[in-house]
Design a protein around this ligand. Structure first.
Ligand code: UFG
Length: 339
């Protein structure tokens, strides 16, 4: 029995593949390499001693997807494959809806036709928008996300809720807060494509001298130091939560399951706290300048992840400083690789 991991060479996907292999799952990756690179597969093999089966294609190609399901005995799927640039999604909304939702539906059709259950969906805390109260638990009211990217996550959740109910399937929706860091081996991490949008990759490149200065988007938020607050969760901790969520589905006695979990640390950190923690953890300077707020940003978001702890026996264990150390080791690896 195998687990299909779509987008399995991407940032969170590749870390999850490693954890799945560590838990003796056979893994099949489908990834179109649009936001990942083939060497990640070699690195997964180097870390685990096992090379997952890999198919390079776009999940919108139904006929190729059918062949994968014909060739393997698949018992579940973790679905990471999606475009994820918030800004880009606003100028290319149709591409985002098509890529993120059609590919999801194609996999679900195969599940329906072949009587397969156990589906895990990468969702995001973006489905809560700016919540009225902190911390955010799973009962916090959902708000329509501002970005098209965010909407593909909330539509994806709706599709899966209907799918679970209508076809009696076991489904888990995992709402990530802000994933950061890299594998302790420094062989996996977030691949920077172009100018990073996210905070930690930008901090990393600024410390490395690739970018001159970090722009801190706004210091007039109603927070302690005026900069916006997020819940930064270490990517390996996040990857482990996927294995726990999958095991729960596989071992469930129920035919129909709809699990929803917030995956965060429960602790909020401001932009300037992240900058300071990076400098301290790695003994490097991160020059920055204060700039106006970034459009569409919320003030504060951090999780109450008690439900995942209670039901999955999972909790984030890695500190911000530890996670940021792995980020820096990854940057050094990338630099060596490019030389
Ligand atoms: N930030 C900066 N400078 C930068 C980059 C970010 O100050 O160069 C700030 C942002 O303004 C924000 C914080 O750092 O306050 C975190 O920003 P990120 O872009 O790293 O993360 P976001 O919380 O904005 O984005 C996350 C996910 C998205 C998701 C979004 C929904 O990365 O996938 O939450 O709110 F869509």
């Amino acid at each position: 029995m195998s687990i299909l991991v779509t987008g399995g060479l991407g940032y969170i996907g590749s870390h999850t593949v490693v954890e799945l292999i560590n838990h003796n799952f056979d893994v099949i990756i489908v990834d179109d390499l649009s936001n990942s690179e083939k060497f990640i597969l070699d690195n997964i093999e180097e870390i685990t001693g096992k090379r997952p089966i890999f198919y390079p294609f776009d999940l919108r190609r139904k006929e190729l997807l059918k062949q994968v399901f014909d060739a393997h005995d698949i018992e579940g799927c973790i679905n990471f494959a999606a475009s994820k640039a918030v800004g880009e999604s606003m100028v290319k909304p149709l591409d985002y809806y098509e890529n993120n939702l059609f590919s999801l539906i194609n996999v679900l059709q195969e599940f329906k036709e072949r009587n397969i259950s156990n589906f895990i969906f990468s969702s995001s805390c973006t489905v809560y928008g700016q919540a009225d109260q902190m911390p955010i638990d799973e009962n916090t009211p959902l708000k329509e996300p501002e970005s098209t990217y965010g909407k593909t996550k909330s539509f994806g959740e709706d599709i899966l809720k209907d799918f679970s109910k209508a076809y009696n399937k076991r489904v888990s929706l995992l709402r990530y807060f802000n994933p950061i860091g890299a594998h302790p081996s420094a062989l996996l991490g977030e691949l920077p494509i172009g100018i990073p949008n996210n905070l930690v990759p930008y901090v990393m490149q600024t410390a490395a001298g690739i970018r001159e200065k970090l722009s801190v988007w706004g210091d007039d938020y109603p927070t302690e130091d005026g900069t916006a607050v997020r819940d930064y969760i270490y990517v390996v901790d996040l990857a482990k939560a996927h294995v726990a969520a999958l095991q729960k589905l596989i071992h469930s006695d129920e035919e129909t399951v709809l699990d929803i979990y917030n995956l965060g640390t429960g602790k909020g950190s401001s932009v300037l706290e992240v900058v300071k923690a990076f400098e301290l953890a790695n003994d490097v300077a991160v020059p920055y300048q204060i700039c106006p707020r970034r459009e569409g940003d919320i003030t504060i978001a951090y999780a109450n992840a008690d439900k995942a702890e209670k039901e999955l026996n999972w909790k984030a264990e890695t500190t911000l400083e530890e996670a940021l150390k792995t980020t820096w080791e990854w940057q050094k690896y990338l630099k060596d690789r490019n030389n």
